[in-house]
Design a protein around this ligand. Structure first.
Ligand SMILES: [Zn+2]
Length: 327
């Protein structure tokens, strides 16, 4: 490892907790991870152990650690720094003031934010939005996260809910959403929403190809299965995928007409499934967005991996050190 300063970046996911020592260039110099299920009820202890290990590895090489950044799968109050009560994948972090606890323990500046906010900062600093002043990340995964950078600043909103476009309605009289709203983007274009929509269409029809492919088990229908059957020509799966593309196009319309960013990045766990459908998503966006604005917006689908999410948490540290004048 070169002797450049690093930040320690942690991404807390429902499956794995990944941590890395990341240089200011975005290069991940050391990486470690643990399975979240191996740390039941002690996710915070697992996060601390990873930071400890990476900090020791950095100091053994004489490398300065400038701060700690953590992306968590839920909203974080921008004023109190508390993680919201809604973190279903890692419930023991609910209500925790994690940044303050980490700063006290490691005597380093520490920042915690929503994982897709961090991802947006990562794409803006190191990825598809590098050099732009404004960028919106749409991240379909199990749920649907979004992050907004405007004029070089992350949009957190007044109460930490800024950039929750996954739960903005794309159909005002649509079905109820698990968030309490109706017709949200997440219902149509997230992994959970796509699987649920397909299940609703084939429930009670034992001859449906989707149900047969899932071994007659409704619960075994997943978004990847829906995309696969749609590609193979199954009409029911294709209708669900069409709706997903149209919903994503409608949200691009909302973003272009409402925010007019330089760059829109579609990434997250379901991005790979949308990659072969990129032209259809963009054609759908034409139905909703101001043509002159859409024509000048760079829209790209970017595959996410562990390095991208760690870079996001690192970008959070660099953004916050600069914003708070402590760099
Ligand atoms: Zn919703």
């Amino acid at each position: 490892m070169a002797s450049v300063p690093v930040v320690i970046a942690v991404d807390v996911g429902g499956t794995t907790i990944s941590a890395g020592a990341v240089a200011a260039t975005g290069e991940v110099l050391i990486a470690r991870q643990v399975a979240t299920r191996d740390a039941p009820g002690r996710a915070e202890a697992a996060i601390e152990a990873l930071i400890e290990e990476l900090g020791a590895a950095a100091s053994a090489r004489g490398v300065e650690v400038r701060g700690i950044g953590v992306g968590v799968p839920g909203p974080v109050d921008p004023v109190t720094g508390r993680i919201s009560e809604h973190v279903p994948h890692v419930p023991e972090l609910a209500g925790r003031a994690l940044a303050a606890a980490l700063a006290a323990r490691f005597r380093l500046p520490a920042f915690v934010d929503n994982d897709v906010n961090a991802l947006a900062l990562g794409e803006w600093m190191f990825g598809a939005g590098r050099g732009a002043q404004s960028l919106v990340v749409l991240a379909p995964g199990t749920g649907f996260g979004t992050g907004i950078v405007i004029d070089g600043r992350l949009l957190r909103g007044a109460h930490g809910f800024g950039g929750e476009l996954g739960h903005a309605p794309v159909k005002f009289d649509g079905p109820p959403c698990w968030c309490g709203g109706h017709g949200c983007l997440a219902l149509y274009a997230s992994g959970r929403g796509i699987a649920d929509a397909a299940r609703a269409r084939v429930a009670g029809d034992p001859d449906a190809a989707l149900l047969r492919a899932a071994g007659a088990d409704l619960a075994a229908i997943t978004a990847p299965l829906v995309f696969r059957l749609a590609a193979e020509g199954d009409a029911v799966a294709a209708a669900v995928v069409d709706e997903a593309c149209q919903a994503l196009g409608a949200m691009i319309g909302v973003v272009v007409n409402g925010i007019d960013p330089e760059v829109i990045v579609i990434t997250g766990g379901v991005a790979a499934a949308f990659l072969p459908l990129e032209k259809r998503v963009l054609r759908a966006a034409v139905d909703y967005a101001f043509a002159a604005a859409l024509a000048r917006t760079r829209v790209s689908i970017v595959l996410a991996d562990k390095a991208t999410t760690m870079r996001g948490a690192a970008a959070l540290v660099l953004h916050e050190l600069e914003r708070t004048g402590t760099s």
